[in-house]
Design a protein around this ligand. Structure first.
Ligand SMILES: [Zn+2]
Ligand SMILES: [Zn+2]
Length: 293
């Protein structure tokens, strides 16, 4: 059997706020967290510290001397809520790096006129913990360049539109690659830079919070939803344009129950078939999903 180059686990795929409850069992209720399943002994690579990270931390509680990279798409609360709950912070001898990009620091400082530091990221004053309880003190790392390497994984980043901006990350290894872009406004067909960045990847995990109809309706009332998140249809079009064969729709609206998401997933598959003649295969992310590339 062909050895897969990249394996991922979704720990949280809900947008904006968690959705516990019986109506949200199938797709899950945790906010953004995706783990790259690296080999034992290799550095851990985790995208976003949403509530899914809390459960990943519990799974890791017996592991020792780990190096974990938590790479933030941006620092909205739904993407960093569980960083202070990450179990490995309370175990001695671990190395926890929390990554943001240079653009994050600039946009934060511009909007808030404050320095983006560890205290802001971990927001400790609003948790029942104190920094002194850390057994492994996290380090805030700034990705100054658009590329870096973690072990034999290459990570490239591009800045996308979403309020004050967010990062998409492209991860490549052994000739396979995927992009993680959980919060991004609709990519218009003219966005050449984004299309170029996406070309040639095997899979995208992409913000699909809205439908095209919802965005159009909001625009009618002058609510600029299109400046916040993407529609399912626009992600399919982007994949088709950039020649990407697989899409994982991500950052589901907290307003959507399992019943609604099941219907929308069927609609998304139908749309992909109609728009791309079957060239783009798509699925909705769900908590616990394993993705092999
Ligand atoms: Zn979000
Ligand atoms: Zn956001």
């Amino acid at each position: 059997m062909e050895k897969k180059a990249i394996r991922l686990k979704v720990w949280g795929c809900r947008g904006s706020h968690p959705t516990p409850g019986l109506k949200y069992v199938k797709y899950g209720g945790n906010t953004a967290c995706v783990e790259v399943l690296t080999n034992p002994g290799e550095e851990k690579i985790i995208f976003d510290g949403g509530t899914g990270l809390g459960f990943l931390g519990i799974k890791m509680k017996r592991e020792r001397n780990i190096v974990a990279n938590i790479i933030e798409s941006h620092i909205h609360q739904d993407h960093k809520f569980s960083i202070p709950h990450f179990f490995p912070l309370y175990v001695k001898g671990n190395e926890i790096k929390i990554w943001v990009t240079q653009a994050d620091t600039e946009s934060f400082e511009k909007a808030k006129k404050r320095k983006l530091d560890l205290e802001i990221i971990t927001d400790f004053y609003n948790y029942p913990y104190h920094h002194s309880e850390f057994q492994s003190v996290p380090e805030l790392k700034i990705m100054h360049d658009p590329s870096m390497h973690i072990g034999d994984y290459k990570v490239d980043t591009i800045r996308l539109e979403h309020f004050e901006g967010s990062n998409a990350y492209k991860v490549s290894r052994n000739g396979k690659s995927f992009i993680y872009a959980p919060d991004v406004s609709d990519i218009s067909t003219n966005d050449e830079k984004t299309v170029e960045f996406c070309k040639g990847v095997d899979l995208i995990i992409w913000d699909s919070l809205y439908t095209a109809k919802e965005i159009a309706k909001a625009l009618k009332f002058n609510v600029r939803s299109d400046k916040k998140h993407s529609s399912i249809e626009s992600v399919i079009k982007l994949a088709h344009r950039a020649g990407i064969p697989r899409v994982i729709h991500f950052h589901h609206s907290p307003l959507r129950s399992d019943k609604r998401l099941t219907k929308l997933e069927k609609m998304a598959k139908r749309t992909a078939h109609e728009l791309t003649g079957g060239k783009v295969k798509n699925k909705f992310a769900r908590d616990g999903m394993i993705i092999e590339i």
